[in-house]
Design a protein around this ligand. Structure first.
Ligand SMILES: Cc1ncc(COP(=O)(O)O)c(C=O)c1O
Length: 413
């Protein structure tokens, strides 16, 4: 028997009032297609929060199926029929008790359980649903892998044509899953900003809508559900600190937006979490800008790290990331590839949780922050593991046995 998910079938009231330039604050109409603002900066979706407060209660939400569409009143899709879904389930919060010092709590929000194996499903199900609402049929995107995989999946489900450009050292599994899920995909001998240039320069001639990170307004609304869901799962409370692997920064910006919207309607009280932007030492434009006390980051030259998802040399929403980090009393920190690999191994061997390299970067950053006294051992900390570790190359395991000969069991110990 087919189970009907009432989040996907029930029409609910929606509350988008307008969009606003994240930098200049000027207003843009809702319900029309937008890219960046006139100032060339990301647009943020604004809601009638007072009406949301009247329209829905925490108790009502709790009775709905536990998935991303539970939060419809906080999301931009107007018509239920335009929702493009592959089953965006709640992701678990997994505790790492062996690795938490003191009396604090170390938790991992494991986003690898989502469709296409990463949190990019949150952003892309929203952006593709909105594109469907606007009748957009052709989309293009630069990607380090996971976003492209999610666009391929949701785009194909919506019947759209997707054109996707990846740096040529994007993990092979990502490039292949993009192709397997029906998109057109190319490897490019450059970085994600070079791929972005190909999209930007080709979009008029090709009739593409540009789906680059933060160049359309709705991916961030999907990512916002990480914050809504986390607060919901913790009983409408928030942790002391959140460590987030930061590339383009949509997740960090989205969560900060979520917490502020929840605070505005009185669903969260007290201090919001300190937001920590984690980058790799081989590509740390946000960390550099944070340390220099400036509002915008510079292009990072020769970007390199094993954590492909956070290898983003320049981010159009840099000022929004830095604003969230500073407003929250958080910080930005970089970790090197060796500590990312060591962190990955430590968490999987001791706690049985296989992180992706970007997730492992947050664990390495947590350890470094503890040592530096930036966080306390009594804090409740949430690390974001944004993709399944299964998508990445693993260390070799090459021991073999000859089953035609007697087995030396002692030697197996
Ligand atoms: C696994 C993983 N972690 C983190 C990121 C960075 O995400 P954001 O663009 O929200 O900073 C990405 C982006 O590709 C990713 O794939």
């Amino acid at each position: 028997m087919m189970i009907t998910n009432e989040n996907l079938t029930r029409d609910r009231p929606t509350f988008v009032t307008h969009l606003e330039c994240g930098m200049e604050g000027d207003h843009y109409d809702a319900d029309v297609v937008h890219g960046l603002s006139k100032a060339g900066r990301p647009l943020l979706v604004k809601y009638d929060l007072e009406s949301i407060q009247k329209a829905v209660t925490k108790g009502e939400l709790a009775r709905r199926p536990a998935d991303l569409w539970r939060y419809r009143e906080f999301l931009p899709v107007r018509k239920t029929e335009n929702i493009v879904s592959l089953g965006e389930i709640y992701t678990p919060i997994v505790e790492l008790p062996k690795l938490a010092p003191g009396n604090g709590q170390l938790l991992v929000k494991d986003e690898g359980r989502l469709p296409t194996g990463s949190f990019k499903a949150r952003g892309l199900c929203m952006a593709v649903s909105m594109a469907k609402e606007f009748g957009i049929e052709k989309v293009a995107m630069p990607t380090n892998g996971n976003a492209g995989a999610a666009l391929a999946a949701y785009g194909s489900r919506a019947g759209m044509e997707s054109y996707i450009f990846c740096p040529d050292d994007t993990p092979t599994i990502n490039v292949r899953e993009i192709a397997a899920q029906g998109a057109k995909v190319w490897s490019v001998n450059g970085l994600i900003n070079d791929c972005g240039r190909i999209v930007g320069e080709g979009k008029d001639a090709m009739g593409w809508f540009d789906f680059s990170t933060l160049k359309e307004p709705y991916r961030i609304e999907g990512k916002k559900t990480m914050g809504l869901e986390l607060a919901d799962q913790l009983g409408w409370k928030v942790p002391d600190v959140i460590f987030y692997p930061t590339g383009g920064g949509t997740g960090l910006i989205g969560m900060w937006k979520a917490f502020n919207e929840l605070k505005a309607i009185g669903w969260l009280n007290g201090k919001l979490p300190r937001m920590v932007a984690v980058q790799a030492t081989g590509c740390a434009p946000i960390v550099k800008a944070y340390e220099e006390g400036v509002e915008h980051a510079e292009l990072w030259r020769d970007a390199h790290t094993i954590a492909a998802g956070i290898r983003v040399p320049i981010a159009v929403g840099d000022f929004l990331i830095l604003r969230a980090v500073r407003e929250s009393g958080g910080f930005a920190i970089a970790v090197d590839d060796d500590s990312i690999s060591d962190g990955l191994q430590e968490v999987s061997e001791k706690e049985g949780l296989l992180l992706c390299p970007e997730g492992a970067a947050t664990y390495a950053a947590y350890k470094a922050s503890l040592e530096k006294g930036l966080v306390s051992s009594s804090d409740q900390v949430v690390l974001f593991n944004c993709a399944t570790g299964l998508k990445y190359e693993m260390p070799p395991a090459e021991k073999s046995l000859d089953c035609t000969k007697p087995i030396d069991y002692e030697a197996l110990k």
